[in-house]
Design a protein around this ligand. Structure first.
Ligand SMILES: Cc1ncc(COP(=O)(O)O)c(C=O)c1O
Length: 476
């Protein structure tokens, strides 16, 4: 094992030995790595060596255009110079400090996020840090349960994903993530999300959104519907957890009226709105928070991923003062060693400054519109593309059986992912690979999350590569 790790990287002239090395690594991975902390979408799993901008490179130097950017953790491009420099500066100054002491980056970062929220949503609030998205979701559950006097039941959406720690899995729709482990927290009550493409026929997007809210509202009509005590005017449920655009669920975009109508019901019934922005935050959809597209005021926002551009892990929760002030949520409520680590807060602070100084809103909406036009063109040309949609640079391409362009086809999407990873797609005499991510209720959606810094020529290349991949799998 030592021998493999200590070998220097090989050049492209040494391909036979390189292949052996990769095979050795894969054999070691098969033997010594837990597979519980990863997802082996492809067989064998792909090993990458280097990254730059919008591209990943394997050991042979083959370049792969990445259209998923670590599930939106790397919104600002691989090896972003400005953000990497912030990491280096912090490394040379104050890389470690116990979280019982303070450091300026944590305070400044919390202030920027809280003031921005106060200006947008009209509520003073505070920011609470942890290391990963799931951990921040856990912290938000504590905040909500504490504020609601221990009420532990939550509403969440079918197709929703909030992480895989025990509490987060309980409010994530897939039973698959809970099946082996028994129940630790209370399982959420899951309600339909307005997924129009697969909704009932004959309704507009807005009508379907309205219909979903009405179905939810029906629960409060009588005490016998199981959630509401009309005698005291109290719901059994503390909060509704929502992703404004469903991420793992396949980048499903609800109609504009949906959250306004939903929030009206929540306000009437005294139920909190917790918005999970872990995947769609930080300008993925053209706004800092994707909920800003919908004109509602959240009680709490949970964020992670692109906050540090995927560098030192950091995630967090913003919540209204009533939920999070130190009298109600005292010191030590969720303390964890690495929670507001200085490397993470330093790069996040720089990222927030960069977001304030750059007009990401215009840039993302323009690039997203260009890419969506390209996807619409592909849909016109390939019957396996059943639906395309997008908000900012969160774009979806739903892959279906060609006979009806509707029956979901996971098998074709799997072939698309494999075709991309072969690294042999020819464009203008050059070979490329393409990195794609799969999502969706039927695992048949290509969820496209390009770098927000992608150039015009790279966008054109992306569409050409998608075209070649669709052509290839359509002919197989
Ligand atoms: C919407 C959403 N919530 C929560 C999570 C969990 O975050 P993490 O994987 O950092 O624990 C994810 C991760 O993909 C996510 O997309």
């Amino acid at each position: 094992m030592q021998k493999v790790i200590s070998r220097p990287p090989r050049g492209t002239d040494d391909q036979a030995e390189q292949a052996l090395c990769e095979a050795e690594l894969l054999a070691l991975e098969a033997s010594y790595c837990s597979h519980g902390d990863t997802v082996h979408y492809t067989n064998p799993p792909k090993i990458f060596e280097r990254a730059e901008g919008t591209f990943l490179y394997d050991a042979d130097g083959k370049e792969y255009l990445d259209l998923q950017m670590w599930y939106s953790a790397v919104n600002f491009g691989y090896r972003n110079e400005r953000l990497n420099a912030a990491v280096r500066r912090q490394l040379d100054r104050l890389p470690q400090v116990a979280s019982q002491y303070l450091h300026r980056e944590k305070i400044e970062l919390a202030t920027i996020i809280a003031r921005d929220a106060e200006q947008k949503f009209g509520s003073k609030g505070r920011v609470h840090f942890n290391v990963g998205g799931s951990q921040a979701i856990e912290d938000s559950l504590k905040l909500v349960r504490n504020f609601k006097n221990g009420k532990s039941l939550m509403f969440a959406f079918e197709g929703g994903y909030h992480g895989r720690t025990l509490g987060a899995s309980a409010i994530t729709s897939s039973y698959r993530y809970r099946r082996r482990y028994g129940h630790f927290g209370d399982r959420a009550h899951f309600l339909p999300f307005p997924y129009h493409f697969r909704g009932p026929k004959g309704m507009s997007k807005e009508e379907y959104g309205h219909h979903c809210v009405k179905q939810f509202e029906r629960l409060f009509e009588s005490e016998y519907n199981g959630v509401w005590d009309p005698k005291v005017g109290e719901a059994e449920y503390a909060a509704f957890y929502v992703e404004p655009i469903q991420g793992t669920g396949g980048y499903v975009i609800p109609p504009k009226n949906f959250f306004l109508e939903l929030k009206r019901v929540l306000d009437e019934r005294g139920i909190l709105l917790v918005v999970d922005e872990i995947q769609m935050g930080f300008y993925r959809t053209g706004k800092l928070w994707s909920i800003e597209h919908f004109g509602v005021k959240p009680d709490a926002i949970v964020f992670g991923k692109a906050l540090t551009n995927g560098l030192n892990p950091l995630a967090g929760v913003w919540a209204r003062e009533e939920l999070i002030n130190p009298t109600i949520f005292p010191p030590g409520s969720t303390h964890s060693t690495f929670n507001a680590n200085p490397m993470g807060t330093a790069v996040a602070l720089e990222a927030m400054k960069m977001m304030r100084e750059t007009d990401y809103e215009t840039m993302v909406m323009e690039k997203g519109a260009y890419l969506l036009e390209g996807l619409k063109d592909l849909k016109r040309r390939y019957p396996i593309v059943g639906d395309v949609d997008g908000l900012g640079m969160a774009l979806r391409m739903e892959i279906c059986e060609p006979h009806d362009s509707f029956t979901p086809s996971k098998a074709i999407v799997d072939r698309m992912v494999d075709a991309g990873l072969k690294g042999d797609i020819e464009v203008d005499g050059r070979s490329y690979g393409l990195v794609l991510d799969i999502g969706g209720y039927y695992k048949n959606v290509v969820t496209l999350a390009p770098s927000l810094h992608i150039s015009q020529s790279e966008m054109d290349l992306s569409l050409q590569l998608l075209d070649r991949v669709l052509y290839r799998v359509s002919k197989e």
